[in-house]
Design a protein around this ligand. Structure first.
Ligand code: APR
Length: 283
């Protein structure tokens, strides 16, 4: 007989209470209840505008070729994504993960989202795997600056684009990882460390289709040995798979290939708070 929703909520709470190092991986699905569309769900950005996805594949190359033109095009573009997403507020799913961190039951959030909503909800230990829309980053020295430190529209009218890195003078780009762009070295190595040492991984609201992020649950499942040096530096060789469970509207490849142990199907904004309430009741 299939487990009921309350069986699964209780199972997740028990797994969290038993864990020594629980982490959460999140994708765009955790922010849809904050009004930010996901990419591949029924109302996803790529689902509704496939040509936008194609354009997203060109962004990184265009920047490398001509950063000044790239910035002018961005600032003259139809939608100022910062204004759009700047109004979004964290939802109950973000707040529930921040609560778990406050009670020291969640050690880290690794998010693919660039919307800063985990931080706004109060999560302190967040790895922005695909960057953060409120920052600029230097591809040369990886230093990051707040976007507020630059008046980009003023720089456009006074012909001072692109913004330059204060450390090395190279052109800055948004701290958003475009297709084809390497994951920032610090985010990549810290995330691999977390996947190697966690004993519980909650995978919330991601289609698990985009690598290398989607490879993190596979590392945690111990199915794909990571590079030797990451074992040597972390001093930790996982003896057995972490417990991995998903919270998603729909099954993903992690579900279908048996990498996650169970799927709690539904809305992250409804399910995560129920799990956290069950954890608190069980303490
Ligand atoms: N609750 C639970 N699951 C949800 C919810 C919700 N409220 N809303 C959407 N989902 C699920 C969808 O069913 C889908 O499986 O979340 C997943 C979102 O998947 P994607 O849209 O592919 O987003 P994501 O996995 O974060 O994409 C990864 O792709 O385009 C790149 O850089 C972009 O970081 C992004 C990466």
């Amino acid at each position: 007989m299939n487990p009921t929703m309350s069986d699964l909520i209780k199972r997740a709470a028990d797994d969290i209470l038993e864990a020594r190092h629980a982490i959460a991986l999140t994708g765009a699905g955790i922010s849809t209840e904050s009004g930010i569309p996901d990419f591949r769900g029924p109302d996803g950005i790529w689902t509704k505008n496939p040509e936008l996805e194609q354009k997203a594949y060109e962004a990184y190359g265009d920047f490398r070729v001509n950063p000044k033109k790239w910035w002018i095009d961005q600032l003259e573009g139809p939608v100022n994504i910062l204004e759009e997403w700047g109004k979004a507020q964290p939802n109950a799913g973000h707040h529930a993960l921040a609560d778990l961190e406050k009670s020291n039951q969640l050690k880290r959030v690794l998010t693919q989202n660039i919307d800063n909503l985990h931080q706004q909800a109060g999560s302190q230990n967040v790895i922005d795997y695909h960057g953060n829309i409120f920052k600029l980053r230097c591809l040369n020295c990886n230093s990051r600056s707040s976007i507020e430190a630059f008046d980009l529209n003023q720089m456009k009218t006074t012909n001072q684009l692109p913004p330059l890195c204060k450390s090395c003078g190279d052109p800055l780009k948004p701290d958003v990882v475009y297709f084809g762009e390497p994951i920032p070295v610090d985010a990549a190595s810290e995330s691999e460390e977390e996947a190697l040492k966690c004993d519980l991984m909650m995978v919330c609201g991601t289609s698990a289709l985009v690598y290398p992020f989607a490879g993190l649950p596979i590392i945690a499942a111990g199915r794909q040995r990571s590079t030797l040096e990451s074992y040597l530096t972390s001093g930790h060789v996982p003896t057995k798979s972490a417990v991995i469970f998903e919270i998603n509207d729909e099954p993903t490849p992690l579900t279908n290939e048996g990498i996650s142990h169970y799927l709690i199907q539904g809305k992250t904004g409804e399910i995560i708070p129920q799990i956290v309430a069950a954890v608190k009741a069980g303490i």
